[in-house]
Design a protein around this ligand. Structure first.
Ligand SMILES: C[S@@+](CC[C@H](N)C(=O)[O-])C[C@H]1O[C@@H](n2cnc3c(N)ncnc32)[C@H](O)[C@@H]1O
Length: 222
């Protein structure tokens, strides 16, 4: 969770934030969706769903699927073979609850996004919404580049890595709940380039916020 317009936080606040995130991803998963609802003033699910038009199959992988909201939506799509990777066992359990009694499933693995247990060139779209900071570093982007298929349309889509607030309530909430990314656009573009990906970005205005979508494609320029 981050916000380009929020001020740099003190290391104490950053540590407290990291502690809080670790708790809600692992021990307090039951309140994860509620926290999302509060900090987005009810727009969390709408923001997250902005990634859907970018998802093109047939094989797609979601990194850090959390409680599995998008996994559940996409599982019904006949044109997609949906995979998910998530680090937290508690998040897997929350996601499994969604699928219990449903007649659909997705292929989900418990793993670290820095070391994905899939063969090279397995996916046409790899996507993540509101990712953790690991997804701006070389190790994870290298994995994504390795996993993207040879299709010219294959892409990595990251939503919510950057957020901007245009409303004083969002500004206040974001300043508490979103940490600024450690990589600005120039640095992130360098990371992508090092891993053979070009970076473009698109802004989505929803209510009082701008949700940025980052798109990485295999860089075919020399
Ligand atoms: C802010 S939550 C976002 C969850 C979901 N995508 C959403 O939109 O609500 C970040 C998720 O990434 C997971 N995560 C953090 N580090 C990870 C890593 N290295 N590999 C895989 N998942 C990770 C966390 O467990 C958490 O579920």
């Amino acid at each position: 969770m981050d916000n380009r317009s929020s001020h740099q936080k003190s290391s104490f606040v950053n540590r407290a934030y990291a502690w809080f995130c670790a708790k809600i991803y692992n021990e307090w998963v039951g309140i994860y969706e509620l926290i999302g609802l509060i900090i987005s003033l009810g727009a969390w699910s709408k923001w997250r769903s902005l990634v859907i038009p970018y998802i093109k199959g047939p094989r797609v992988l979601e990194l850090g699927f959390g409680t599995g909201h998008l996994q559940e939506i996409l599982a019904h799509r006949k044109d997609l073979e949906v995979y998910g990777l998530e680090f937290s066992i508690a998040m897997h359990q929350a996601c499994q609850k969604r699928f219990t009694k449903k007649k659909t499933e997705t292929f989900r693995v418990c793993a670290d996004g820095n070391q994905c247990p899939f063969l090279d060139h397995s996916f046409d779209t790899i996507f993540a919404t509101f990712p953790e900071r690991y997804l701006e570093k070389d190790a994870a982007i290298k994995e994504c580049a390795r996993l993207l298929s040879h299709s010219p349309d294959s892409q990595l889509v990251i939503l919510g890595h950057w957020m901007e607030s245009h409303h004083f309530i969002y500004r206040s909430l974001f300043s508490v709940f979103f940490t600024p990314p450690s990589h600005d656009e120039v640095e992130l573009e360098r990371v992508f380039k090092r891993q053979g990906l070009s970076l473009t970005k698109e802004a989505k205005q929803v209510g009082g916020a701008t949700v940025w979508v980052i798109i990485g494609k295999r860089d075919t320029r020399e």
